[in-house]
Design a protein around this ligand. Structure first.
Ligand code: ADP
Length: 277
C-alpha cells in the first residue's frame, strides 16, 4: 500500500454522495456520554471535515496519527507494534522519556520514519463488562484528549485508530458511537475549528460495520438523493457529474484494506496489561 495524503482521504460528504455509507438503520443515535440524544441536523461543515478510510494507519500522510498505546508507552502489538516498526527506534527512545500515560489520556511525540508529522499515543481502557460506564468515560476521554493535543500542537489533519477495540476488548458497536460523539462534540467547539480533517481509520471488518451503522446517526447526510423527475439546471448537473467522476477516481485510488483480519502472535503478551474482569 502506498502513502496516502490527507487530501485523498474521502470526507463523509463525498462518501455519502458516492453511496458508500448505507442509510441510517435507526431513528436516533444510541445513548453516549457526549450525545447527541436525537438525530442531529445534517452539517456540511462537519461532513466535509470528518473522513473514514479502511487500511493501514502507518501509510497516511496526515499531521498526526493516533496510536492505541498502553500505559507504559513502551510499544506493544497490534497498531502500536505496526507504528513502532514503521517509525523506527527513535520513537521508542522518545516514548521512554515520557513516564507512561494514564488510561483515558494521551501524549504526543515526533513521528521519525513515518509519513505523518506527529504521533499521539492515546491509552484507551481495557473494556470492563462490570463497569461499562467507566470504560466509556475513559474511551471518550482518550479521544477528546487526543483531539485537544492535535489542535494545541497545530496538527490540522488527525487520523485515529479504533482505540481499545483490539486486544483491549471494547465491543466495536459500542466504541464507534463513543468515538463519534467525542469527535462531533470537539469539532463543533472552538478548538475544533482549528482541525481541517479528522479521519477514522478502520482495519477489521467489525469496525467497518460498526462505523457504517453509527456514522449516519452522528453525522447524517445533508441531502437525500434527488427524486426521479427532479429538475436541475444543466450547469449544476454538469458540475455534479464532474464532482462525482472526480470522487470515483479518488475512491479507486484508495488503499486496499487488509485481506485477513490481523493475527499478531505476541500481541496480548506485549500489551503488559491485564483485564480487571
Ligand atoms: P487496543 O489494545 O487498544 O485494543 P489494538 O492495537 O489491539 O489496540 O487494536 C486497536 C485497533 O487497531 C483495532 O481495531 C485493530 O484492528 C486496529 N489495527 C491494527 N493494526 C492496524 C494498522 N496497521 N492500522 C490501523 N489500524 C490497525
Amino acid at each position: 500500500m502506498s502513502i496516502v495524503p490527507a487530501s485523498q482521504i474521502p470526507s463523509l460528504s463525498l462518501l455519502y454522495k458516492l453511496g458508500k455509507i448505507p442509510p441510517a438503520a435507526a431513528s436516533k443515535p444510541p445513548p453516549t456520554l457526549l450525545g447527541p440524544s436525537t438525530l442531529p441536523t445534517p452539517s456540511k461543515s462537519l461532513n466535509d471535515r470528518v473522513a473514514i478510510v479502511r487500511g493501514d494507519i502507518t501509510k497516511l500522510r496526515v499531521s498526526a496519527i493516533v496510536n492505541a498505546a498502553n500505559n507504559s508507552l513502551r510499544g506493544g502489538g497490534g497498531v502500536d507494534g505496526a507504528i513502532h516498526r514503521a517509525a523506527g527506534p527513535g520513537l521508542l527512545a522518545e516514548c521512554r522519556t515520557l513516564n507512561g500515560c494514564p488510561t483515558g489520556s494521551a501524549k504526543i511525540t515526533r513521528a521519525y520514519n513515518l509519513p505523518c508529522d506527529r504521533v499521539i499515543h492515546a491509552v484507551g481502557p481495557i473494556y470492563s463488562t462490570h463497569d461499562p460506564e467507566k470504560s466509556e468515560r475513559e474511551l471518550t476521554s482518550a479521544y477528546t484528549t487526543s483531539l485537544k493535543l492535535a489542535a494545541d500542537n497545530g496538527c490540522k489533519t488527525v487520523a485515529f485508530s479504533a482505540l481499545s477495540t483490539g486486544v483491549y476488548g471494547y465491543p466495536s458497536r459500542a466504541a464507534a458511537p463513543a468515538a463519534l460523539s467525542a469527535v462531533r462534540k470537539f469539532m463543533k467547539g472552538e478548538d475544533g475549528k482549528n482541525l481541517d480533517k479528522v479521519v477514522i481509520v478502520t482495519f477489521e471488518k467489525k469496525d467497518v460495520d460498526a462505523y457504517n451503522e453509527a456514522l449516519p446517526l452522528f453525522f447524517p447526510p445533508e441531502e437525500k438523493p434527488a427524486a426521479a423527475g427532479d429538475e436541475q439546471p444543466a450547469k449544476k448537473k454538469k458540475a455534479e457529474a464532474e464532482l462525482e467522476a472526480e470522487a470515483q477516481a479518488v475512491a479507486n485510488e484508495l488503499p486496499s484494506p487488509p485481506k485477513v483480519d490481523p493475527a499478531d502472535g505476541d500481541h496480548v503478551e506485549k500489551k503488559q496489561k491485564r483485564s480487571e474482569d
